[in-house]
Design a protein around this ligand. Structure first.
Ligand SMILES: *[C@@H]1O[C@H](CO)[C@@H](O)[C@H](O)[C@H]1NC(C)=O
Ligand SMILES: *[C@@H]1O[C@H](CO)[C@@H](O)[C@H](O)[C@H]1NC(C)=O
Length: 187
């Protein structure tokens, strides 16, 4: 009898645990990992805060990003979306380049959401300043450390990669451009 009532108690307890499908309890877990390989001679180009994969080091990959709310935490980074800029290739949403004087951004894979945020605007906030910026590109958190990605690691899953126009609009002094904690929401 004792055993049965203990079992019943366990069932009651388990049914009280929130379902993992509940958005508030969603956690973004790695989808895999990539091992860094030694880039061929001369293939590792490190500039402007970009670093090549370290041979043997494991890098987690993510198909998801943290859940989006009215104040989604992210890391703001700086990039050029112009031809010949750091980005290298045209933006994924429209296969075009964009002036660094326009407020455009790229989002980590989960937030990019298979292109469903393309041309949508998000509101970026930091230090009491706000700017609207348009999504035009993805920062891939699912692959990296290969020729296609300049032997650089997969991106983090919480990146908002922005033009200088965004950094200017947030009032960040140029000397501090690089990485910044921000929050964002869909506009
Ligand atoms: C590095 O950043 C500077 C300043 O934003 C830029 O002028 C330069 O073109 C960048 N380097 C590359 C290789 O894109
Ligand atoms: C995003 O903002 C730009 C510039 O303000 C505007 O032209 C565009 O229509 C907006 N996109 C959407 C989907 O509202």
């Amino acid at each position: 009898m004792k055993k049965i009532s203990l079992g019943a108690l366990l069932i009651v307890l388990v049914s009280l645990v929130p379902r993992s499908s509940d958005a508030r309890f969603q956690v973004c877990k790695p989808s895999g990992k990539i091992k860094g390989t030694k880039p061929p001679p001369g293939k590792c180009v490190e500039d402007n805060d970009s670093f090549c994969c370290i041979p043997g080091k494991l890098y987690p990959t993510y198909k998801c990003s943290p859940p989006v709310s009215g104040t989604t935490k992210a890391i703001l980074t700086l990039n050029s979306f112009e031809k010949g800029g750091d980005g290298g290739v045209p933006s994924k949403c429209d296969k075009k380049y964009h002036s660094d004087d326009t407020p455009v951004i790229a989002l980590s894979t989960g937030w990019y959401n298979g292109g469903r945020r393309c041309f949508q605007n998000i509101t970026i906030s930091s230090n009491g300043q706000m700017v609207n910026a348009m999504v035009v590109d993805e920062r891939d958190s699912t692959t990296g450390c290969d020729e296609e990605h300049d032997y650089q690691p997969p991106f983090a899953n919480n990146i908002v990669d922005a033009t200088r126009a965004v950094w200017k609009a947030l009032g960040v002094p140029m000397n501090d451009w690089g990485e910044l904690d921000i929050t964002w929401s869909d506009s």
